[in-house]
Design a protein around this ligand. Structure first.
Ligand code: NAD
Ligand code: DAO
Ligand code: ZN
Length: 368
């Protein structure tokens, strides 16, 4: 079949709207009509060429929601008309990683997904006979996609696609990092570096668990109002204080119980660790740093009880946890609507990237 898609032909160039060929689902695969997709900082990171794993030509996008159109042989858990969210972190429930119960990083299809291919090591997308690669196993900048069954979360049918697509990455990454990775407890003091599409969701996760102080750090003063609406109690603009770490330590009577780096900046990662409380403070890295970058601190920071952790997709097990997060949204426990600042057509997708680069959007959503 044919599908409209925004193709990334090479790093650093705008996406190009094309009609591409899409092969149908093979064994264990599902054809999905994508109804809406968010544009995340990670798509921009890959398109810019800074992503060491970025491959071209490819169809980017990893924050979608849609409807099952057809299933391949052997698919048992999904059928036509089911509503789904594609998962860039699948959940096979059978591999060593899934069975360990210690991680959400299912490895069942990791090697082919990382090469932009389906599990049989081929691509379903092509144009004029030339293969176009998948991206993060999802490629939601295409109106129709083929995805392995283990990389689809079935969600309730009354959830609006143009809002819950955001649960495919940003919401789950932020809220999940608080609940599943850090396991923040009520009353704990939390610091969030970067108040964008991820950081604001960390803030609402912290509010949800009843955190004490929720301190936001951002160089964009326009982020303060929205962050306060989501539960931030204190705002620090690093440009206004002589030393961010000292300011946080003073505000929290010795340091944060938990901190989250939501920018991808290694200097901030160090500050996020060092503003944590001696003896127990835990710092979670969410931001993805550029190729070749490294983090550093004095080892004594760890010897004296601070912990450094990372979080991918909020530590969420997609097929199990994503439907629950959709329920939280539908039950009013978390908010999404105010974070979707722009709704665009596929033809306007490059404008969505510009809005993000200029810091003018939280999330732009493309509706097909
Ligand atoms: P975003 O662009 O929406 O937000 C980043 C925010 O950081 C902005 O508000 C910006 O003003 C602020 N900022 C930039 N430099 C700063 C500085 N020096 N000090 C303080 N604030 C600063 O990006 P996003 O969509 O929220 O993504 C954030 C990061 O998370 C990216 O690196 C992205 O790739 C990563 N990410 C990780 C995962 C994961 O699973 N670990 C998932 C999605 C995204
Ligand atoms: O299992 O080795 C692996 C890789 C898992 C990929 C997790 C990616 C999370 C961070 C990238 C940002 C996602 C938008
Ligand atoms: Zn697995």
């Amino acid at each position: 079949m044919k599908t409209r898609a925004a193709v990334a032909w090479k790093a650093g160039a705008p996406l190009s709207i094309e009609t591409v060929d899409l092969e149908g689902p093979k064994a264990g695969e599902v054809l999905v009509e994508v109804k809406a997709t968010g544009i995340c900082h990670t798509d921009q990171f890959t398109l810019s060429g800074a992503d060491p794993e970025g491959l071209f030509p490819a169809i980017l996008g990893h924050e979608g929601a849609g409807v099952v159109v057809d299933v391949g042989p052997g698919v048992t858990t999904l059928r036509r008309d089911d509503h789904v969210i594609p998962l860039y972190t699948p959940e096979c429930r059978q591999c060593k990683f899934c069975l360990s119960r210690k991680t959400n990083l299912c490895q069942q299809i990791r090697s082919t997904q990382g090469r932009g291919l389906m599990p049989d090591a081929t691509s379903r997308f092509s144009l004029d006979g030339r293969p176009i690669l998948h991206y993060m196993g999802t490629s939601t900048f295409s109106n129709y996609i083929v995805v392995p069954e283990i990389a689809l979360a079935k969600i309730r049918p009354d959830a609006p696609f143009d809002k819950v697509c955001y649960i495919g990455c940003g919401v789950t990454t932020g809220v999940g990092a608080v609940l599943f990775t850090a396991k923040v407890e009520a009353g704990a003091n939390v610091v969030v570096f970067g108040l964008g599409g991820i950081g604001l969701n960390v803030i609402q996760g912290a509010k949800m668990v009843g955190a004490g102080k929720i301190i936001g750090v951002d160089i964009n003063p326009a982020r303060e109002a929205m962050a306060r609406q989501f539960g931030m109690t204190d705002f620090i603009n690093p440009k206004d204080v002589p030393n961010v770490v000292d300011t946080i330590v003073q505000l929290t009577d010795g340091g944060a119980d938990y901190s989250f780096e939501c920018v991808g900046n290694t200097t901030l990662m160090r500050q996020a660790l060092e503003c944590c409380h001696k003896g127990w403070g835990k710092s979670v890295i969410i931001g993805v740093a550029g190729a070749g970058q490294e983090i550093s601190t004095r080892p004594f920071q760890l010897v004296t009880g601070r912990e450094w952790k990372g979080s991918a997709f909020g530590g969420a097990r997609g097929r199990t946890d994503v439907p629950k997060i959709v329920d939280w949204y539908m039950d009013g426990k978390i908010a999404i609507d105010p974070l979707i600042t722009h709704t665009l057509k596929l033809e306007e997708i490059n404008h969505g990237f510009e809005l993000m680069e200029r810091g003018e959007s939280i999330r732009s959503v493309v509706v097909y």
